[in-house]
Design a protein around this ligand. Structure first.
Ligand code: PMP
Length: 445
């Protein structure tokens, strides 16, 4: 069913105009600007459960979930109450407090790591884990995979995914580095190879393994759109350890989302170090890195690798993380329910596209999903290079069709969407109705 008329976006437009005067591109993180899909970014006034309400009062079913953290849905009562309790005791101490110990105990227990250090973002977690790997091994080079995104630290902005894949000034597949301001000398310490290509990884490790401090990877990729590792690739990742390089799983997106022990728990991978963010802070700014004691003991003040943060271990953020992880742990069926919703969404999207004669290939795992607008040769998209062949104009048209019908999808072809525990049959049915209508109406134009 098509909407009576597009809802007004006057308030968002006015806010965006003001924002552009005082903030680069009008946003504080690039993908929010809708650059690759066009149209006015919606300024959000409030969020509850599975819904966002924008500045013009229009309600949307939310598939971004703040890009991952809101696995329980927005404004979850347990999380709100935990933040409120913490708030009553002061907002920042710059001294250790009990909630940091409790969250560290919970995270190490759920993930099987020995020790963990909290930061305030995923970027800080990956950046610090790499410094630690270099400090621990005494080696200089790191390996990352094309189209994986690990935050915006200099050495990681090399053939990076997420917003870098749709940055108009840095075309798809751009040669390293993928951002201005990253010196070639620095980018040169980052070696890049293809995800899901075990032979390429083996060859790189055979040639350079003795110089490599760490191989960092997304255990399930979200930032080139969803890419799922093949068993052969997982085996090649395990072989990395033989060279003495550390295996760093970047679970910022997948941690506590694909299982209580993340993607690595689901896939049976045992990394040396892991990085977390997003869900670990329950919607407040938290990141973390952790691993075996012998490695983590290199971190200051115990060891020689420096890393610090004024707001690290912030009491409100720790409270939100504790409430979120405890709620996940207390609900044994939650991951199965998320998986069922997402699988039904995937099947429904394929039907909707097919009914309109549109080719899509849907990758999904747990509560992560990407509908690539292309015809995949073997049914699913496995690599960054394949993903990059998507029809981004077609995706943009479909995205606008969804948005006009009250569905807030990720505003880029190269992102995962995130289903939350607040999404029910009602939201699924409304989403699939909108998807059918958007393909039927918007595609050929
Ligand atoms: N690693 C991965 C896998 C991510 O998806 C992200 C953010 N999307 C980051 C690191 C960076 O986290 P943050 O944005 O909190 O710095």
């Amino acid at each position: 069913s098509s909407p009576a008329g597009p809802p007004s976006t006057a308030h968002s437009e006015a806010l965006f105009a003001r924002a552009r005067m005082v903030t680069p591109g009008g946003v504080n993180s690039p993908v929010r600007a809708f650059k690759s899909v066009g149209g006015v970014p919606r300024f959000i006034a409030s969020a509850h459960g599975a819904y966002l309400t924008d500045a013009d009062g229009t309600r949307y079913i939310d598939y971004i979930g703040s890009w991952g953290p809101m696995i329980l849905g927005h404004d979850h009562p347990a999380v709100r109450q935990a933040i409120g309790n913490a708030l009553a005791g002061g907002t920042s101490f710059g001294a250790p407090s009990a909630r940091e110990v409790e969250l560290a105990e919970l995270v190490t227990r759920l993930t099987g790591t020995d020790k963990v250090r909290f930061t305030s973002s995923g970027t800080e977690a990956t950046m610090s884990a790499l410094r630690l790997a270099r400090g621990f091994t005494g080696r200089k080079f790191i390996v990352k995979f094309r189209g994986n995104y690990h935050g915006h630290a200099d050495g990681l902005l090399v053939e990076a995914g997420s917003g870098l894949m749709t940055n108009a000034d840095g075309p798809l597949g751009a040669a390293a580095p993928s951002s201005a301001g990253v010196p070639q000398e620095y980018a040169g310490l980052t070696l890049v190879t293809e995800y899901n290509d075990p032979a390429a990884l083996d060859a790189l490790m055979a040639a350079r393994g003795h110089e490599i401090a760490a191989v960092i990877f997304e255990p399930v990729v979200g930032n080139a759109g969803v890419l799922i590792p093949t068993p052969d690739f997982l085996a090649a990742l395990h072989r990395v350890k033989a060279s003495g390089a550390l295996l760093i799983a970047d679970e910022v997106m997948t941690g506590f989302r694909l299982s209580l022990n993340g993607a690595t728990g689901l896939l049976g991978l045992t990394p040396d170090l892991s990085c977390w963010g997003k869900i670990i802070g329950g919607g407040l700014p938290v990141g973390a890195y952790g691993g075996r004691a012998e490695i983590m003991e290199f971190v200051s003040p115990q060891g020689p690798v420096y890393q610090a943060g004024t707001l690290s271990g912030n009491p409100l953020a720790m409270a939100a993380g504790l409430a979120t992880l405890s709620t996940l742990e207390a609900d044994p069926d939650i991951y199965a329910r998320l998986d069922t919703y997402t699988a039904r969404l995937a099947a429904g999207l394929k039907d909707a596209a097919q009914a309109a004669g549109v080719s899509i290939s849907v990758n999904h795992i747990g509560s992560m999903l990407t509908a690539f607008h292309l015809e995949a040769p073997h049914g699913s998209v496995g690599t960054y290079t394949q993903a990059a062949g998507s029809d981004t104009a077609g995706f943009a048209a479909w995205f606008q069709g969804l948005l006009a019908r009250g569905i807030y999808w990720a505003p880029s072809q190269f992102e995962s969407i995130f289903v939350s525990a607040a999404h029910t049959d009602t939201e699924l049915a409304a989403t699939l109705d909108a998807a059918h209508a958007a393909y039927a109406a918007g595609w050929a134009s």
